[in-house]
Design a protein around this ligand. Sequence first.
Ligand SMILES: Cc1ncc(C[n+]2csc(CCOP(=O)(O)OP(=O)(O)O)c2C)c(N)n1
Ligand SMILES: [Mg+2]
Length: 801
Amino acid sequence: MFINDVEQCQWIRQKFETPGVMQFSSEEKRRLLARLVRSMRFEDFLARKWSSEKRFGLEGCEVMIPALKTIIDKSSEMGIENVILGMPHRGRLNVLANVIRKDLEQIFCQFDPKLEAADEGSGDVKYHLGMYHERINRVTNRNITLSLVANPSHLEAVDPVVQGKTKAEQFYRGDAQGKKVMSILVHGDAAFAGQGVVYETFHLSDLPSYTTNGTVHVVVNNQIGFTTDPRMARSSPYPTDVARVVNAPIFHVNADDPEAVIYVCSVAAEWRNTFNKDVVVDLVCYRRRGHNEMDEPMFTQPLMYKQIHKQVPVLKRYADKLIAEDTVTLQEFEEEIAKYDRICEEAYGRSKDKKILHIKHWLDSPWPGFFTVDGEPKSMTCPTTGIPEDVLTHIGNVASSVPLEDFKIHTGLSRILWGRADMTKKREVDWALAEYMAFGSLLKEGIHVRLSGQDVERGTFSHRHHVLHDQEVDRRTCVPMNHLWPDQAPYTVCNSSLSEYGVLGFELGYAMASPNALVLWEAQFGDFHNTAQCIIDQFISTGQAKWVRHNGIVLLLPHGMEGMGPEHSSARPERFLQMSNDDSDAYPAFSEDFEVRQLYDCNWIVVNCSTPANYFHVLRRQILLPFRKPLIIFTPKSLLRHPKAKSSFDQMISGTSFQRVIPEDGVAARAPEQVRRLIFCTGKVYYDLVKERSNQCLDDQVAITRLEQISPFPFDLIKREAEKYPGAELVWCQEEHKNMGYYDYINPRFMTILKRTRPIWYVGRDPAAAPATGNRNAHLVSLKKFLDTAFNLKAFEGKTF
Ligand SMILES: Cc1ncc(C[n+]2csc(CCOP(=O)(O)OP(=O)(O)O)c2C)c(N)n1
Ligand SMILES: [Mg+2]
């Protein structure tokens, strides 16, 4: 343990070294016995009824149930009203039944393979689902809300998600010190030591905008069961190394000594609620069965399992002890068992009447009032996203000012603010100002906005400057966005630790807590999102399908080929598009609500805006939609300062909206029948194309139309554009390599909407392994090459498709 605070060390010493500290009343002992009965008999019941089903039983560590309950009791006693739990497979069903108190029949009916799912989506296996429950804590007689966050198989991935949700719940309750809301994270020993996200999560606990004011961690340390498991080498010398890494006290306790366990758990909860710091309880136990109930551990660990089979179960041991010391009689003990078995049997009987499975009953984060009682959106429309001009002007003025007196900002920043004032006067915005206006206007409407990521306060490209720093007073800062209106919602902008997996998971959890917040995570460069791939694959892309849970998180991923080398170039749009669930081959029915219906049906929205105004609108639309979907935005780098990448207030005032497609509006659009080529593109390459078209004097012969919302694919608007230019050759132009970017996604969709009557030719960089070259000259040569092809009207002559 590496605690350098004397008071804290003394506190721990006093808790553990004072003679006779572990005293339990007979009532406490009986409660502990009853909890062990439930824990053990629950597993026995499942084993009897469904002997060939995986349930990842707790046998060998049944004490985890009283352990968790003690942490909750003690925390409730110290004022906690809301506990958010994250845990892996081991013992999860038992926790649902006996800690969260999910109705047993709801758990049992999950074992019935014939049950039909009432909700759309893929669903998930029973030992992954989440849960939310408000109840009275029987020990303290106080209300307590417990939620268990749904998780994927990916061990420890849920940790930062739980922390983000906890932080958000604390934030909305004004519980800045974590006195009302706390989290508990349960870990397996191998995953705890081996998965880096554990460390990333611990690290967040020391950062002001990410701390949950302490978490109680419980490790189910059955490492003995893995020591010779051929599936994995034993992890590094646990637990000493882990102690060094997690920088929190670790209390090791023998799981076969239930009184010691609950004493330690009570001290851990007291530690958390006294010092608001993390603490780890290491339950050293063994695993009575195989990894799951279908596994035979004797195959690989014969000698160890011979020993394990000789172990007397903890319940028997403890019952014998209490009977010997006259705390309970054998009869009372047997009655306690019979009572719980009866509860299980009765619930089992009721579970058989269930015909339909509602995954909705397993929501970990209900959003009261956001949907109708049936869980449907309250409307199927999206109001326009423009705002009154005076609001734009007001935000522009605040964005260009320093709201605090005697606050000296850097002269370079003065120039930037002056530039913003000038734009506001001219009724125009660049990227940063458009974002300011989107955030500011949502804050005015009572929507909390939180932007998190590495260096987001200033902006990686030094364009944002949402936090001003006094040049003369150390650590004096000012966030003008919080000085817009007296009754606005709060704005949080926070530089994260240098982590993607942990931080994106955290923000996803934060966004889970409420639909009335715009929560954004920005990657330093889009490339870096792949170290958070698990959060993207397991939660963002699939979360709704698996857990019927909406989430409106926004990913800002800087993207663009600018000769900066293989890494600072691509946010890998192809990956997001490949995971988009809209059907490439189905010719859509164009109903009146097609646009919003498509958004409702998709698993996420992928956009690449080419104008600041469209960026402004898509951010606002995210909140004005009557449902929530993750939004992936490929954001620009060079366009942040491109003189042409500006928008007028006219494109943002009331009545204006997000444009899924921006059609050609120059000369070509005025005489479409004369147009020989219609180029579709998305993002920054538009500006290269327009410049080249003008250089080659082809403005009347080549039209350029921008796809701004890539997925779900705007079939209706693309159809309209293609039909407007009946004599034009259709081209898709992208700056990314052919096996990357958007081409593989858009091509079959163009074919569907054109009913295969016209080809869409590819223009862009050749296929490649790396997303971009490291050689600036090679970058420029390939750019020139594909721009030449884009405007070579003979390039596809005679070719068939
Ligand atoms: C990230 C990840 N890698 C691998 C696995 C496959 N896996 C499932 S359980 C398990 C062992 C977990 O050991 P431990 O954390 O000690 O938990 P226990 O099962 O012993 O309770 C492994 C490797 C997984 N689920 N997640
Ligand atoms: Mg283990």
